[in-house]
Design a binder for this molecule. Sequence first.
Ligand code: SAH
Ligand code: SF4
Ligand code: F3S
Length: 516
Amino acid sequence: MNEKQRVESQQVVAGNLPDKKSEKDFSKYFEAVYAPPSLKDAKKRGKEEVNYHKDFHIAEEFQGLGEGKKFYIRTYGCQMNEHDTEVMAGIFLGLGYAPTDTVNDADVILLNTCAIRENAENKVFGELGHLKTLKKTRPNLLIGVCGCMSQEESVVNKILKTYNQVDMVFGTHNIHRLPNILKEAYMSKEMVLEVWSKEGDVIENLPKVRKGEIKAWVNIMYGCDKFCTYCIVPYTRGKERSRRPEDIIQEVRHLAAQGYKEVTLLGQNVNAYGKDFDDLQYGLGDLMNEISKIDIPRIRFTTSHPRDFDDRLVEVLAQGGNLLDHIHLPVQSGSSEVLKMMARKYDRKRYLELVGKIRTAMPNSSLTTDIIVGFPNETDEQFEETLSLYREVEFDTAYTYIYSPREGTPAAKMEDNIPMEVKKERLQRLNALVNETSAKKMQEYEGKIVEVLVEGESKKNPDVLAGYTDKSKLVNFRGPKSIVGKIIKVKVTKAKTWSLDGELVDETVEEAMGVN
Ligand code: SAH
Ligand code: SF4
Ligand code: F3S
């Protein structure tokens, strides 16, 4: 199917909706014309080649669409979504809109949503409730829902049925069509729905308005093919598609030239980078090696799936230079049986071996992780194995979650049989260990000198500056505003559980440059 046909088959402008009071008419209408995004279709991994487009531009018919108008985007979820928001902001500016940081004077409000857990979704539905009141006072306001929730059939159905304050719903695969969607929404004044179940091609030259001038995100790949049994991402983000190395390198070089100090390479499973190339044997290790030569002080990447973390990458990271040795390596569980049910495709032993390999090659490296508690059938003993793995590895910190069944995933077919009190108790016990370990790790910094990339005023106290170390530790200290955006030396005077207090020792640290 070409793009035009796909758009025609999947785009429905829900104009002339029948009277919503008549449920029967309404469902008949759905059956007749409405093709919702399908999780089943999204699961299919086609063999068709990914095409790379570099010809994005704002067509003449859309120019000036946003003249005199303001946009506001609220972002939920992961860095991928944050970065998509930067792209959509770029498109809005290209259309002539101005940004605003409050919903109260926005002409267009977008909620860029996350579907990872039920509570993430509930926040969005709550927000839509609030916006209904705003819409009543300002009927010309456009409200849009995009991001991962839009890729879910049940969510789209719910919005269509009960949230008629929403004017636009579009998915993660077609944000480049924002100009068309906006224009349609202005013209029809009815709900515009455009969600593609299947991912499209890779569009290279989308405009971006980056959130800051110090740190930047760079996508290296899209989608995920891992299908961990609990996870919705492979359905909402489509199959794995890697960007070509030359495009990534050019983007990072450009950021370096603009004065950015830190780049984080993004993907749901960056260790699978390059596996989809037919014509090239090239992995994340090779890419990191190339990027290490670029004159930018700090390079990070996220997220790593342990299964694809290969020796080449360990070897390249161990060269140091601008490649930071903070590795986020989600383990999810310390029990091999649970890992099997999650289809993570490694067991406790292999995970620990990988940790051993990383620590041997990089003795100062720091590891952080993600953990899910209360997966179906998880026993007390299996949960204890998670605690014992945590103690053994001594992660710097962890993001911990209660399992949340996601419709359409294999785990959702299993009985969610761990009572909520037990899930909560496990989470509390795990969090106590996370806090204790973090406090201990932070303590080790007292009296030491760390290099901090200064990001600006502390959120809590404008007289204090804040920044992050190479290991992602937040440091607060007093110093002149002129050092914002620089990497400087700070002596740690006091360790807290989640941050360090320090004193400025040297404003003129030579930045860790690329190796060439
Ligand atoms: N691609 C990343 C994870 C992205 S989602 C990886 O595999 O490492 C971020 C985290 O959310 C996951 O690591 C997992 O811990 C958590 N998560 C994902 N699905 C979940 C679910 N259904 N319930 C609870 N937590 C979940
Ligand atoms: Fe989800 Fe697993 Fe893919 Fe991570 S690797 S996004 S947890 S399916
Ligand atoms: Fe959420 Fe989608 Fe990211 S589900 S975690 S916003 S990929």
